[in-house]
Design a protein around this ligand. Structure first.
Ligand code: SAM
Length: 259
């Protein structure tokens, strides 16, 4: 039986690779690496660096594929579904044409596959299509959330309180009901600018774990402009940006509970 091994590779620092991930890499017969555009070129290079550094199995074959372009017309959901199906077709072809019956296909996933990543859903499409049988293994990785908290030296949650992990797009629609702490990813709209609570604090990080890492933190009202400007300049300089941040609003007395 073929196997797909989904390997979390960490969020930017090759040293995020766990021993389990390194072993999983070396037990793979084929590695499939996506390439596309400026941002994806960096991500593809990061994956190649990881292979150069940790891959000691000379028999392992590395294959590139061009990530299909996501359609911008029609609904967002339809666009994403079609895009996932197109990538699923690439996984399927690779399994059938480049991976032997008892071999393993390794997919190197940024951060951890369970966090804002579609690889597991795409693999479901391959399984549902039913044209090739395979087992699947998932190896966890260090997420950008962990990288952000580690670089700032902070805990993600306050004692006994929840944290909402959300997207910039959702935050821009309004502060979440479930929590006074929001960890925001995939923010193309600078949604932190929509938070008006004068007591809110922010811990922001870009290019976490990479040599370009930038960290900023403080009272949101005082930092928003600096973060926007830093973001703009860095994006211009590197041609792409990935950033993540935690915003914390003062907890209500009821939430804080007894000291
Ligand atoms: C498609 S999600 C992938 C998340 C990934 N699976 C993880 O575990 O972190 C991409 C988003 O993750 C965040 N991200 C990933 N790597 C990052 C990094 N090195 N620095 C800052 N943010 C990062 C950004 O919010 C980016 O928009």
């Amino acid at each position: 039986m073929r196997t797909i091994r989904v390997i979390g590779i960490g969020a930017g620092n090759p040293e995020h690779m766990t021993v389990q991930a390194i072993n999983a890499l070396n037990r793979s017969d084929v590695l499939l690496i996506p390439t596309k555009g400026d941002e994806k070129a960096f991500l593809a290079d990061a994956r190649r660096d990881i292979c150069d550094r940790f891959l000691t199995n000379p028999a392992c074959r590395i294959l590139d594929y061009a990530v299909p372009v996501r359609r911008a017309d029609g609904s967002y959901e339809d666009g994403v579904n079609d895009w996932h199906r197109a990538i699923a077709a690439i996984y399927e072809r690779t399994l059938l044409n480049a991976v032997g019956e008892d071999e393993t296909l390794g997919l190197l996933v940024w951060g951890d596959p369970m966090l804002y990543d579609s690889t597991l859903r795409i693999i479901d499409h391959v399984r549902t299509a039913g044209r090739v049988a395979f087992d699947m293994e998932v190896i966890p990785g260090i997420t950008s959330v962990q990288a952000l908290c580690a670089s700032h030296g902070i805990a993600l949650n306050r004692i006994g309180l929840p944290v909402e992990i959300t997207t910039g797009r959702r935050l821009a629609e309004g502060w979440p009901d479930s929590s006074r702490d929001a960890l925001v990813m995939l923010d193309g709209v600078q949604a932190f600018r929509t938070v008006t609570d004068p007591e809110a604090e922010i811990w922001w990080g870009a290019y976490l774990g990479t040599p370009h890492e930038i960290l900023l933190s403080g009272r949101l009202a005082e930092m928003a402009e600096t973060i926007s400007e830093t973001r703009r300049t860095a994006r211009e300089k590197h041609g792409w940006i990935m950033d993540t941040y935690l915003i914390r609003r003062p907890a209500t007395e009821a939430e804080e509970g007894p000291a």
